[in-house]
Design a protein around this ligand. Structure first.
Ligand code: SF4
Ligand code: SF4
Length: 666
């Protein structure tokens, strides 16, 4: 008995021609669907985009995170990771198998009379395809259990989710039954390698040979119609199309084109009549594409500090609400009222701390804050609509150049008794950018003093701007007041350039990010270091000694704009590891998944409603019995100290900046 099978067994050449016809119809529908979708994406504004830039890096990123699901597996999400892997690889292998069959039967055999689907190759091929089909079925059943059984709160179910799952499952099951009927007809012993079909084939026991042949034809055509129907439906289904859009988004957003922490400048700033976005087509086509790529997985929501502290913001909902609006607009429904308070509530926009946790932890790399920011820009610059605290913040920055409104005279008070030069009066190697909080807030002035003490101990030639230092502009930019930001920041850039500044060190991650990532847009390109990086390099060079001074359990809180946004994770940990006499224990959420203190995005200058984010963070520190919460950001320090007080833990816990501990050991 020859090992192999006839490709159109029992259905004859008619089936081949029907398959060709359905293939052509599906192809036409796909082209039509993609064209239609393309015009829908293009309702967004044009934006520069190079398809080929860093293409190999993008492909590598996609292979790692899209094909091998690295982004999900890295987060130790074993169940969804395995589920996606089984479905994806199962389908990929089945599709490749169909290609192998078609290549033989529609090309090599027809043109040259060559066949290869027989003998050992056939046995291995059949086994692999059954294994792939089984893997896909298991993956799909896992998906059904997850969506409709265990159902994590971040998932919501729509009718199209169920339709997609059931449709795919039906294709696989009918495929196996076609195989089983064929095997049941004469049960060739070698077909045991098609183990799923072999296992099912006894269901046909008791049927006559004719009945098996008829049943086979019915299931065969059902399977064919389901398969080609699925291909045609694919591009019209919001649910299924995400397989393509999210893969592309992962590829073209995952490898970032600009520094993660930089905010995109307003392109037509000089000529625009209004700023920001209040209509869906005010977003760029790439931002619209982001909306289409969202898989509704809810990972962003699970990690959003605003959502977890019961504020009216879920990044997933924000993206989905904008997507619904885009679909309405793309189908011709005009929205005369705009987005604000019609599609997205103002309170939602003001709840965001700009921590970028949603973006960094989104498996398909969808930025959310860029959209929030555009709508904030519309509120603040076009409508001049903001809360009284934000108004006061802008006024203080306009008139006194710091968020407190304290003015330049007090900016050097922290230096009393220390040897600190003014960079405007002496030539120095390093400019110490102190920042408003460390210059003017009593508690945080200890950070400024500690940094200066360390720099002096290491013999670094440094100076400060003192009264000439103005706010870096971060709170203005991230609350949407681009106009005032530009004015302030340009002044800073001009002064720094005038002084011939090359190297800047700062203890504030918000200043660090703005100086490093935003200022190049204004022509200010400097070597910018966070104090943790600088202190760590001084210690490595043997210029200072870091001594263990902290008793008890020590933990480290990653400031968002140092850790997740600028990926400075190791330098602070190198220092903390050395200052801790007792154990160093990480909090459950650390590094990229580190949890915000609640102060970013201008929020530290606003009233916090609902639960406090810093309380949630402190619960984690309390959970690991930390005696000291070390941090590296003035905002975080304020928030951590507030939380320790509110939780009545002042007796047993304290929060310190990394510089304070190092300075203590000098
Ligand atoms: S940036 Fe942070 S606060 Fe804002 S939506 Fe994303 S996760 Fe939530
Ligand atoms: S934005 Fe990203 S993380 Fe959030 S639901 Fe969509 S795909 Fe998931």
């Amino acid at each position: 008995m020859e090992i192999g099978r006839e490709i159109f067994w029992n259905v004859g050449q008619a089936a081949r021609w029907i398959a060709y016809l359905l293939m052509v119809i599906s192809f036409v529908l796909i082209v039509y669907g993609i064209r239609k979708r393309y015009t829908m994406w293009r309702i967004g504004k044009p934006t520069p985009f190079s398809f080929t830039r860093t293409l190999w890096e993008r492909i590598g990123y996609f292979i790692k995170n899209g094909i091998f699901h690295g982004a999900i597996l890295r987060r130790r999400e074993t169940y969804p990771g395995l589920m996606h892997l089984l479905i994806f690889w199962g389908f990929l292998i089945l599709a490749a198998g169909s290609g192998v069959i078609a290549f033989q039967d529609d090309f090599l055999r027809l043109l040259f009379g060559i066949t290869y689907l027989h003998g050992d190759f056939y046995l291995i091929f059949s086994f692999i395809l059954d294994l792939a089909g089984l893997a896909a079925v298991v993956g799909l059943l896992m998906a059904v259990i997850r969506r409709y059984g265990t159902k994590p709160s971040r998932l919501d179910n729509k009718g199209e989710d169920l339709l997609a799952l059931m449709w795919i499952l039906a294709i696989l099951v009918t495929g196996f039954f076609v195989e089983a009927a064929r095997i049941a007809y004469d049960r060739p012993p070698y077909e045991v390698v098609s183990f799923v079909g072999w296992f099912i084939s006894p269901v046909f026991t008791g049927l006559s040979k004719e009945a098996i042949l008829t049943t086979h034809i019915i299931i065969y055509y059902t399977h064919m119609l389901l398969s080609f129907g699925f291909i045609a439906y694919f591009v019209f289904s919001n649910r299924l199309l995400h397989i393509v859009t999210s893969s592309l988004n992962m590829m073209f957003r995952g490898v970032e084109e600009a520094p993660r922490g930089a905010v995109a400048a307003i392109a037509d700033f000089e000529t625009a009549e209004e700023f920001g976005v209040n209509q869906i087509d005010g977003f760029t086509w790439r931002q619209i594409f982001d909306l289409d790529a969202c898989t509704r997985c809810g990972r962003c929501q699970d990690r959003c500090p605003a959502h977890l502290s019961n504020k009216p913001l879920s990044p997933k909902k924000l993206i989905q609400d904008l997507k619904e609006e885009w679909l309405r607009r793309a189908h011709g429904v005009k929205n005369e009222d705009g987005l604000l308070d019609k599609v997205i509530e103002e309170e939602t926009l003001w709840s965001c701390t700009a921590c970028l946790s949603c973006q960094v932890n989104c498996p398909v790399s969808i930025p959310t804050f860029d959209k929030t920011l555009e709508m904030r820009r519309f509120l603040t610059m076009t409508l001049s609509k903001m809360s009284p605290e934000v108004k006061l913040l802008y006024k203080n920055l306009q008139t006194r150049f710091d968020p407190y409104g304290m003015g330049k005279a007090q900016r050097l008070e922290w230096t009393e008794g220390l040897d600190v030069k003014k960079a405007t009066e002496a030539e120095v190697d390093v400019l110490y950018w102190v920042g408003c909080v460390a210059s003017l807030d009593d508690r945080n002035r200890k950070i400024a003093r500690s940094v200066a003490t360390i720099l002096n101990a290491a013999g670094v030639s440094f100076g400060v701007l003192g009264p000439d230092e103005k706010c870096c502009g971060d709170p203005l930019r991230r609350t949407g007041n681009e106009y005032q930001y530009q004015e302030l920041a340009q002044g800073n850039v001009d002064l720094l350039k005038e002084l011939g500044t090359k190297k800047i060190v700062t203890a504030c991650p918000h200043c660090y990010n703005t100086l490093k990532n935003d200022y190049p847009q204004l022509g200010g390109v400097f070597e910018v270091y966070h104090h943790t990086e600088f202190i760590s390099s001084l210690a490595r060079a043997g210029k200072i000694a870091i001594k263990p001074v902290l008793e008890g359990i020590t933990t480290y809180h990653d400031p968002c704009y140092l850790g997740r946004v600028n990926e400075v994770f190791d330098a602070p940990r190198r220092i903390v590891g050395r200052v801790a006499k007792g154990r160093f224990v990480e909090m459950p959420r650390n590094r990229k998944e580190g949890f915000c203190c609640g102060g970013g995005g201008g929020k530290i200058w606003m009233e916090e409603h609902h639960d406090r984010i810093c309380h949630l963070r402190m619960d984690e520190a309390i959970g690991i019995s930390a005696a000291t919460v070390v941090t590296a950001c003035p905002y975080c320090l304020i928030m951590m100290e507030d939380a320790i007080k509110d939780k009545e833990k002042s007796e047993s816990m304290r929060a310190l900046d990394i510089s304070e501990i190092v300075a203590r050991g000098l």
